[in-house]
Design a binder for this molecule. Sequence first.
Ligand SMILES: [Zn+2]
Length: 418
Amino acid sequence: MTRTRLISGIFALLGLLLVPVVVQAVKSEPAFISSLRIGVHPDHTRIVLDLSAQPKTQIFTLSAPDRVVLDLAGAQFTMKTPGPIPKAGLVDQYRFGLFRPGLSRLVLDLRKPVTVKQHFFLPATDGGTGKRMVIDLAPVSRANFDKQAGFPKTALKAEPSASGNGVAQPQPSAQPQPVGATRPKNRRPVIVLDAGHGGVDPGAIGRSGTREKDVVFDVTKRLQRKLQATGRYDVYLTRDRDILIPLRERVRRARARNADLFISIHADSAENPKAHGAGVYTLSERSSDKEAAALARRENRADIIAGVNLEHETHEVTNILIDLAQRETKNRSAAFAETLVPQLRAVTDNRSKPHRFAGFVVLKAPDVPSVLIELGFLTNRTEERRLRSSQWRDQMVAAIGRAVDNYFKNHPVVAYGD
Ligand SMILES: [Zn+2]
C-alpha cells in the first residue's frame, strides 16, 4: 500500500475559487498545491504535499547552500506561508512559488547533506481525485552530496497552469554540471520479520527441552534468506541475535522501516500435550479500538502515522485518521492471514479455526499490516520433532514465502518512478 489511506484534513480548496480563469484549452489539469507537511523519522525526513492533480515533476539537489529543489509543471501553490518545520530533521526552512509562468518551484534548505531516497505519488486521502506527493530525504556524506548536486541536464518544461499565461518560456541555457538529479528507484515491498522472545525469555519449552526462541529465530532467518533471494523484497529482522526486544520496540522497528508487512513468528505451548496445529493471528476489533484511543492519548501525535503530521489536527480528526488507517491495515492483515492458512495446511496440521483474532501487542501498529504465526506446539511430541527438523522448517518457510508472493500480487505497493 505504501501507506494507508488517510484523510489529511481540510484542503484549501478556497484557492480554486480565487484563481482567475484565463486558461481555455488546457490539456492536462492544473495542479493546486494546498499544503505541505514535514515528518521526522529516525532515518529519514518525509515531505508530503497535497495536490489537486498529479503534475510532471523534477527533483534535484544543489550545493552551497545545500538545497533540494522540486519543480512542478503547470502547478500552483495555493498555500500561503510555510507551515511549521520540525526542530529535528533534515529541512531547515522552505520556500515556494511560481518560478516562471507554468512552472512552480519548491526549495528546501537543508541542515545537512541529503539524498532523495525516493519520491512518489499517492492517491489523496479523501477519496477524491487529488494526489499526495511524498519525498523522503536521508542523510548522506558531504562527498556523495557534492557528487550528486547540480542542475539536471534538461530543465522541466513549463506547462499551462491556471495562473500562468500558458506560454512556455524559453529554456534557461544548459547548466554546466553534467550530473542529473538522483533517479528514483523502484520500490520493493518492505517486510519485517519478528522472531518471538529471545535473550532471557526463552518462550515455550518443548517436552525434550527445545526452546521457542531458538526455533523461531532460525525459521525467521531462513525466511529472510528465502524472501531476499527472490530479489522482490527488502526484508528486515526485529532481532538479529538472541536478545530480548520489548514488544513495543518490535512494532516501532517495523514502523521505522515503513514496513508493508510485519510477520511475527512463534511456537506455542499448551497444558494439553495433544494440542496441535499451526495458526495465524491478526488483531481483534476490540483490542484495536482500545489501542486507537490509547495511541491518541499516549504517543507523540506527530509520530502516529508515517508521513502525516497530526500535531495540528484536532483530537477528533486524529482519532478519525487513526481509525481509517487501522481499518485498512486490519483488512490487509486479514487478507494476508487468509492467504497463509491454505499454504500452511499444505505443510502441517492447522488448528481448528486457523485464523484467529487476538490482542497481541506486536500486532498493534496502526499502519503496518501484521500477523502472528504460531508454527505449532512444542508441547506436542510430534510437532516438537517437526519444529526441530531442518527440512520441515524449510517447508514452512516455503509455504510462508508463497503466501507473501500471493499477498503482494493482490496488494501491490505503489510503484515509484516517473
Ligand atoms: Zn511465543
